[in-house]
Design a protein around this ligand. Structure first.
Ligand code: ATP
Ligand code: MG
Ligand code: FE
Length: 350
């Protein structure tokens, strides 16, 4: 079983081919970083145009890498949302056109489901598992009971964790994209120098909050005249910020682990997924928690944490082999919660 995947929901134009033997036959990712860097963030119109310009070529390259023709495919999957509407439309139209022309089944995959299921391609992870989804647009805790069966037990009440990294890095002048830049700088700093808040620590439940942390960094920066904002101040502030994020994630995840182990006695895996899962410091901190709880932490390899099409092809394959298909009149969904039953909360995003 061979599936082509297409990802265009944000600022990576990506294509991939995977099979049901869990082999990645092709994985092309074109980052638009240089297009967006001058603006310090993703500009939706620029992103959509770049996807349009490069996607056809990236599809051809992935098919070439995999050594397959459209005829050899069993299905075509693309990100159907959530994400920037222009990009999602480009990817969806392309995938539908291929599926229609080659007479193959079409699947519109939820981007978050892609992040959520990647570990089942890269590791032997069985359902149910606890999922900490930390990305540019999301910070959620979900119990993954099966393909398409997601129970959300916590979410951010303000910023996503990747967003907090990006905004904090931006105000510290660390460049774009902020997450990896901040991690690099933080590795050299003193994480105890600046006292920063640990929002919601000690409270019941597993919701998150990061905007106060970001504001606290701003307040420290404002307290230093520009000439005193030395590299040392920045590295120490970055390290203090990253530690505060780690403490917050662990505290909230601990409650989630407790709830998961109580309700799913057989479950033993905590999966870390989404772009922020590429952060090695945070991975290390969460291992402390899973070690204590007698659980195992599993995360995709770093290059499959940030956006890619392997995860979309794989999630499409998981759905396809369960007999699922989507219609060619599927409408792109800029907002698309993984768990439709989830209660609406202020600022909770999709
Ligand atoms: P979503 O998946 O919620 O729709 P997205 O697709 O834009 O959002 P991802 O590509 O999954 O996000 O993740 C990108 C985010 O991950 C960015 O906010 C980026 O700063 C963050 N990130 C990437 N690497 C690291 C790192 N090493 N440390 C911290 N954050 C990181
Ligand atoms: Mg991106
Ligand atoms: Fe993502």
């Amino acid at each position: 079983m061979i599936v082509l995947g297409i990802e265009t929901s944000c600022d990576e134009t990506a294509t991939a081919v995977v099979n049901d033997k869990r082999e990645i036959l092709a994985n092309r990712v074109l980052s638009q970083l240089d297009d967006h860097r001058p603006y310090g963030g993703v500009v939706p119109e620029i992103a959509a145009r770049a996807h349009l310009e490069h996607l056809d070529r990236l599809v051809a390259e992935a098919m070439d890498d995999a050594g397959v023709d459209f005829d050899d495919l069993d299905a075509v999957a693309c990100t159907g949302g959530p994400g920037l509407i222009g990009g999602v439309m480009v990817g969806t139209m392309t995938a539908k056109a291929i599926a229609f022309a080659a007479q193959k089944p079409f699947l519109a995959v939820n981007h978050l489901e892609g992040h959520a299921l990647t570990v089942r391609l890269t590791d032997d992870v069985a359902f149910p598992y606890l999922l900490l989804l930390v990305s540019g647009g999301h910070c959620q805790v979900l119990i993954v009971e099966g393909v398409g069966k997601y129970k959300r037990i916590g979410t951010t009440i303000d910023d996503a964790v990747g967003e907090a990294f990006d905004k904090t890095a931006k105000m510290m002048g660390l460049g774009y994209p902020g997450g990896p830049a901040l991690e690099k700088v933080a590795a050299k700093g003193d994480p105890n120098r600046f006292g920063l808040p640990r929002p919601l620590r000690g409270r019941p439940g597993c919701d998150f909050s990061f905007s106060g942390l970001k504001t606290a960094v701003r307040t420290y920066l404002d307290g230093f005249p520009v000439e005193q904002q030395t590299d040392e101040v920045k590295t120490d502030l970055a390290a203090s910020f990253q530690r505060a994020v780690g403490d917050t994630l662990i505290d909230r995840a601990r409650n989630a682990v407790f709830e998961f182990m109580r309700d799913y006695p057989g479950g033993k895996t905590l999966v870390l997924a989404g772009g922020v899962a590429a952060n090695k410091y945070l991975r290390g901190r969460l291992v402390e928690l899973t070690d204590q709880a007698g659980m195992e932490l599993v995360a995709p390899p770093l290059h499959l944490c940030t956006d890619n099409a392997v995860m979309i092809a794989w999630a499409g394959l998981e759905r396809f082999r369960l007999g699922e298909r989507d219609d060619l009149d599927f409408k792109p969904r800029p907002r698309w919660p993984l768990d439709p039953e989830a209660p609406k909360r202020p600022g909770a995003g999709v």
